[in-house]
Design a protein around this ligand. Sequence first.
Ligand code: ADP
Length: 488
Amino acid sequence: MPTTADLQSFIFSKAYINGQWVSAESGQHFSVLNPADGTEITQVPDMGATDTRIAIEAAEKAQAEWSSLTAKQRSQYLQQWADLIEENIDVLALLLTTEQGKTLAQSQGEVRSSINYIRWSAHEAMRINGEVLPSSRSSHFEYALKLPVGVVGAITPWNFPNSMIARKVAPALAAGCAVVIKPAEDTPLSALALAHLAAAAGFPAGVFNVVTAQHGQAVGAELCANPIVRKLSFTGSTAVGKLLYEQCAPTVKKLSLELGGNAPFIVFDDADLDLAVEGALTMKFYNSGQACISVNRLFAHESIHDAFVKKLTERLQGYTLGVGTDEKATHGPLINQQALHKVTEIVDTAKQQGAQVTIGGTARTDLGPNFFDFTVLTEATPGMELFNTEIFGPVVPVYRFSTDDEVLALANDTNYGLAAYFYTENTSRTFRFGRALEYGMVGVNTTSFVSETMPFGGVKESGLGREGSQQGIEEFLETHYVCIQNKD
Ligand code: ADP
């Protein structure tokens, strides 16, 4: 376990632009709070459009040099960055827990996943191949290069403050792009610590910039409007994603959007119930339900409904809510007061609309300001408000169904299309639902599929583009076609 002094040495109170630790041009700051107890960890600069412009211009200058390095050189920088993150994994995990709340074990897992994304991108950097094209004329030689898209803006959320940066920035850097990152206001410290390690890894000044701000609007508007930025990669709410989409139209920027979800989790009558219970627990309560791929609607076949709910509730009694640094805690608090109020309201409304609380159902103010109990709601019906609400908390509503056609229609009855899960032992169902669920990612008898090797992303209003796999790098590349005529 790192000491308080180790942690302090990883807490940065300035933003990082053009290789320098800097304050906001306005001189303004804002507080970063520990969600477990509401205490202030530090203050960071509250930056705006001017600071963002300075960062973008620094990135543009750095981009020229960075993109002219060989793929192997860029790969070596990334590996060096990953090595330093790995050396400091314990303190980075503690920092993550301190600003975000999840348990140390979950934070370790998140930082490990960042390392995996960075190493994957370091390898992929060396496989950015173009194409020699079969020309339609024997006198011509034609080829297509893959070139970096240009300066990248990255806006990240608070639920995975470390790995969301790695997932965007590592492939961008691998492709030859310089980046300007705007981390979430609740969790800017992991981003700044990663910038510190990027500096230690020797990335040239201006390649990796972090702009902090209390409200995303001004920084976001500049990242969208500035023509130097050629690509914006955003993870966050659907409402903000739609706004950024609009704001990027005037400069026809490339966009990746990882937005909200409304994940169905279907337990068929032939499912392995123990496996399904474990899957539901993992993917509903991981990060206290604060993930866009969290189970949001659990559909249990009427013949196994009661047995499933009983097992789920029993297993939940073995979970312990608590401060993330406490070894006994299996799950931590919600991110802030606003989140707590939202989850409380969702549960209260569902109760008024007829849902039954099987376990939990209330805030746990005895533990701290932002804790909400593990909650199972039964008798949930599609007419209830929470059917179309991204819960983002440790609350699982259970819906009954009787036929395959009925549950398929219910599962697809949403504007979202990020992740879906189902549990069955039946091969025909596996093929039918594997294909027919209108989601970017489908887990069959599993919920743990997120890794650097898979294309993470959604369809419908859950977003555009993919992170991870080879597609994750493609997002930061342009195709550049060249046609040469042989005059002889
Ligand atoms: P959440 O509701 O999960 O906090 P948001 O979409 O509000 O999701 O936040 C995700 C990220 O988007 C954060 O970094 C936040 O600061 C940023 N953000 C919020 N509003 C805007 C905006 N208008 N323009 C650009 N970024 C924004």
